[in-house]
Ligand binder design. Structure first.
Ligand code: COA
Length: 387
């Protein structure tokens, strides 16, 4: 297997982007990444694009071909593949691109993610997202994504004594970080009271415990590490890329507040990179709901089960804490265009490792991403480091 590096990154603004189409979002992020890597389109060998549900959000299938066409690569017959793993589609597109380069099948590969969620109403969006759970056992009973994560939150609170305030602190911390991210959908500072007084979505989760509905795209470019300096002075090495599956329905899990797939993908990433938890300087985790961030920190092995609420309360996961979590603002403040999120996480790690994160800059050599599909049926982890 060859060593792989990220040589270019691009990300659109996240939000309700009424003046941009699905395809233009992808082209915008891809063009930024190509310009950043200082390559020309002819140098690209292959593309992978993460997308959860363009068919239902914008009525468009055959996304790989569309993207190749509108990026101007169809005339060169460049292979372009859509990757779908619900909200982990972007992370998995990155892993597919990594595999293509590491295996020697391709040299310069684009990994991108795109979703345009706001073109349908919130009822339709909720139903589309519910398709990432088990339709026959969960969706059919009327349970939504906020509903599933509310069950996880309630179980966790009962077992580990997490307080409602500690849960709110996750959102407060992520908005603290997101206020410094020019791409964030909600770059506003909030307080614990903002969260506690926001409308109830699915008890105990309130509006400000939830990631929003978002349009956006992100793209990165990978190549073999030994070619990276042809394109950039600051290549970022991919130290590990792992994936794991678990049961799609929550009720089939032995423990609903532990994501088995996070445990497995995390362990695999640490094995592959030969790193310890203590080597990781910061992590972008999948905080689709506040409770999800706490489960992720624990299931990745950064603290024991039941301790992540206290860690958050003590400021250890804050921007300049011992283990900064979600320096981008996370899904909560930055937004969550489901197919793009996993690639945006890579964008944030690379931005930080290059020292380009402006007011949210931290001192870091190694960062990790954690991207979840459904309630944990698919998990993708990546570890990246400065060369
Ligand atoms: N955080 C902060 N503010 C938010 C927000 C969020 N998550 N969602 C909406 N807002 C703001 C809106 O901008 C709006 O503000 P305004 O009145 O000043 O314009 C206000 O809150 C109400 O927003 P609205 O769009 O009417 O909310 P909604 O009821 O349509 O949707 C949720 C709220 C929580 C149901 C929706 O965001 C949601 O489903 N989130 C979860 C998405 C999800 O499950 N993703 C996959 C997870 S893996």
């Amino acid at each position: 297997m060859r060593d792989v590096a990220v040589i270019g990154i691009g990300c659109t603004k996240f939000g309700e982007l009424w003046d941009k189409s699905f395809r233009s979002l992808f082209v915008e992020a891809g063009t930024m990444a190509i310009a950043d890597a200082e390559i020309s389109g002819e140098q690209i060998d292959e593309m992978f694009v993460g997308n959860m549900s363009a068919g239902r959000f914008v009525g468009q299938e055959h996304v790989g071909a569309l993207i190749a066409d509108y990026s101007g690569f169809a005339t060169a017959n460049i292979p372009a593949t859509r990757v779908e793993a619900a909200c982990a589609s972007g992370g998995l597109a990155f892993r597919q691109a990594f595999t293509a380069v590491a295996s020697g099948l391709a040299d310069v590969v684009v990994a991108a993610g795109v979703e345009k969620m706001n073109d349908v109403g919130v009822e339709e969006t909720t139903d589309v997202l519910a398709a990432a759970a088990d339709r026959e056992w969960e969706g059919i009973a009327g349970v939504t994504f906020p509903g599933l994560y509310a069950m996880i939150a309630r179980d966790y609170m009962n077992r580990y004594g997490l307080t409602r305030e500690q849960l709110a602190m996750v959102a407060v911390k992520n908005h603290d970080n997101g206020q410094f991210n020019p791409n964030a959908q909600f770059p506003s500072k909030i307080t614990i009271d903002t969260v506690l007084n926001s409308s109830l979505v699915a008890d105990p989760l309130r509006l400000f415990d939830c990631s929003p509905v978002t349009d956006g795209a992100a793209a990165v470019i990978l190549c073999p590490l030994d070619r990276a300096r042809e394109f950039t002075d600051t290549p970022i090495k991919v130290l590990a890329s792992s994936q794991a599956s678990s049961s799609i329905a929550l009720h089939d899990r032995a423990d609903i507040s532990t994501l088995d797939a996070t445990v497995a993908a995390g362990n695999r990433a640490f094995e592959m990179s030969k790193l310890q938890r203590s080597d990781i300087d910061f992590v972008e985790v999948h905080d689709c709901f506040t409770i999800a961030e706490l489960c992720a920190i624990e299931d990745l092995g950064f603290c024991k089960k039941g301790e992540a609420g206290k860690l958050t309360e003590d400021g250890e996961t804050a921007l300049h804490g011992k283990l900064p979590v979600n320096t981008s603002g996370g899904l909560k403040s930055c937004g969550h265009p489901v197919g793009a999120t996993g690639v945006k996480q890579i964008y944030e790690i690379v931005t930080q490792l290059r020292g380009d994160a402006g007011k949210r800059q931290i001192d870091a050599d190694i960062g990790m991403t954690h991207n979840v599909g459904g309630t944990g049926a698919t998990v993708v982890c990546n570890i990246l480091g400065r060369v």
